[in-house]
Design a protein around this ligand. Structure first.
Ligand code: FAD
Length: 467
């Protein structure tokens, strides 16, 4: 096993975790190799995850707007779209994202090597090509950013052409009239919104008693209400007993004795880390049962020069967090020190229809921690900008400390929530005196805007403590 090239750092995986780390390391003058087993760059994020699902959602939400906006109703004939049609737009975006990445790695001097990486030892990586040829490269430091894939329980037949996971759904073979989505996490809820928007009959099976239980309960309830209002049938507290594929559809039997039939099924319940091919046993590392690695506050594994970021280290399993972790991990690699971000500082964007976003604490957390907080609310329907855009659904709620007025959490629901949240996040990041709800009443907002929701919510909250 002769080493052909030596690098300062090797990053395994070209998703957002690998990208964040590689870019930070080359910027600081390190020689970096990025190893990617797929032909094109960008990771699961670009090819099967974030990007395609968001592009599909965009098309569907424009379709819904067209069919429901009073501006068009009556003036134009109602429209429909096929899954195949909205997939075209998604594929175009994927292509642009891949091209952009190849370009900037080249410009910034990241050496991209295609092939499957595995550990020989903590300083040697073996790269295997599809045709079996191997190459060994040497490195001082390593970042594992191999991401995750959909979990496949052994009793579900994923080779059946009517049974999909979140990767294979992108090559859907039949335009379904009905779909069962098993698993009501973020991915399941987003796809429920997409299919329902296309007019498909959707059964969303939740193994828990609430949708997205990490969310503020009011927001999670609002999501259930609006999904149901849009026609999604949500079944909480259900688990499958058996899933059967037939020539023309699928049947799911629940443990509670129900039988559900549909044209196809999307299984979206859990993900597993891409760990097997890495041979981490060569390093003495033991992943957990979901194929994830444990890391320190510095994103360091138990092996001193081996780091891990992104989905391979588990929660929160977001592209946004993966990129950030990669960047912060690179600082630890360069300077031997970094500060791992707290989960509560990371915003969550959930691209259901309607959209959800939050940052900071939920009401439930604050109550549990006995923090004296107050709530300020704004309803989108009262904002001029929302009325102009026919946006009837949506709200913004600010949680703040009754005495210090510090903003503790922001929860937004409705179109563009994932953008709007960043205004509040910026204030929350001004630690100390810079973070106060009063900022939102003392500043000038463009008018009319959705951002104005902050002023309305802040006035509402401050009025409540003055009463
Ligand atoms: P990945 O993006 O999965 O990249 C890992 C890369 O490593 C892959 O390219 C893989 O081929 C490569 N690799 C694996 N093993 C090897 C090996 N041995 N050798 C060489 N290369 C290897 N997150 C958000 O923030 N917002 C969203 O809206 C969002 N939507 C999502 C929707 C869906 C349907 C899914 C599935 C996920 C979504 N996510 C979203 C989550 C997000 O996609 C992941 O958190 C993110 O991709 C994780 O990044 P990563 O760098 O850890 O891994």
């Amino acid at each position: 096993s002769e080493v052909t090239t030596q690098f300062d750092a090797v990053v395994i995986g070209s998703g957002p975790g690998g990208e964040g780390a590689a870019m930070q390391l080359v910027k600081k003058g390190r020689s970096v190799a990025m190893i990617e087993k797929h032909d094109s760059l960008g990771g699961g994020c670009t090819h099967w995850g974030t990007i395609p699902s968001k592009a599909l959602r965009h098309s569907v939400s424009r379709l819904i707007e067209y069919n429901t906006n009073p501006l068009f109703m009556g003036a134009c004939a109602p429209h429909s779209m096929s899954f195949a049609a909205i997939l075209k737009h998604a594929q175009g975006v994927i292509q642009k994202q891949v091209q952009m990445r190849s370009g900037f790695y080249q410009r910034n001097g990241v050496t991209v090597l295609h092939g499957t990486a595995s550990f020989e030892d903590s300083h040697t990586i073996k790269i295997t090509q599809d045709d079996g040829t191997v190459e060994y490269i040497g490195t001082k430091q390593i970042v594992i950013a191999t991401g995750s894939r959909p979990y496949h329980p052994p009793d579900v037949d994923f080779s059946h052409e009517r049974i999909y996971d979140s990767d294979t759904v992108l090559s859907l073979k039949h335009e379904p009239k009905s779909i069962i989505i098993y698993g009501a996490g973020v991915i399941g809820s987003e796809y429920a919104s997409i299919f329902r928007g296309l007019g498909v009959k959707v059964d969303l099976i939740n193994t828990r008693d609430r949708l997205l239980s990490f969310l503020d309960a009011e927001i999670s309830d609002a999501l259930s209400y609006h999904l149901r209002n849009n026609g999604v049938v949500i079944r909480h507290n259900e688990e499958y007993e058996r899933i059967e594929g037939h020539a023309d559809g699928v049947t799911l039997f629940t443990k509670s004795g129900k039988r559900l039939d549909a044209d196809c099924l999307l299984y979206a319940n859990g993900r597993s880390g891409n760990i097997e091919e890495l041979n981490v046993a060569a390093l003495g590392l033991k992943p957990n049962s979901r194929g994830q690695l444990e890391v320190s506050n510095q994103y360091q594994t138990e092996v001193e020069n081996v780091f891990a970021v992104g989905d391979i280290i588990g929660y929160p399993s977001l592209a946004s967090a993966a990129y950030d972790q990669g960047r912060i991990c690179a600082t630890a690699m360069l300077e031997g020190d970094c500060e791992k971000r707290l989960i509560s500082d990371i915003p969550t964007g959930i691209y259901t229809i309607p959209e959800i976003s939050s940052v900071g604490k939920t009401e439930e957390e604050l109550t549990q921690q006995k923090v004296p907080y107050e709530v300020g609310r704004a309803q989108f329907k009262h904002l001029a900008r929302a009325q102009i855009s026919n946006m009837a659904v949506g709200s913004l709620k600010i949680l703040f400390h009754r005495e210090t007025k510090e903003v503790l959490g922001i929860h937004c629901f409705g179109e563009r929530a994932a953008e709007i949240i960043h205004i509040g996040q910026a204030i929350m990041e001004q630690k100390g005196e810079g973070n106060t709800i009063e900022y939102f009443v003392n500043t000038t907002f463009n008018y009319p805007t959705m951002a104005e929701a902050y002023r309305v919510a802040a006035l509402n909250g401050l009025n409540r403590i003055r009463d």
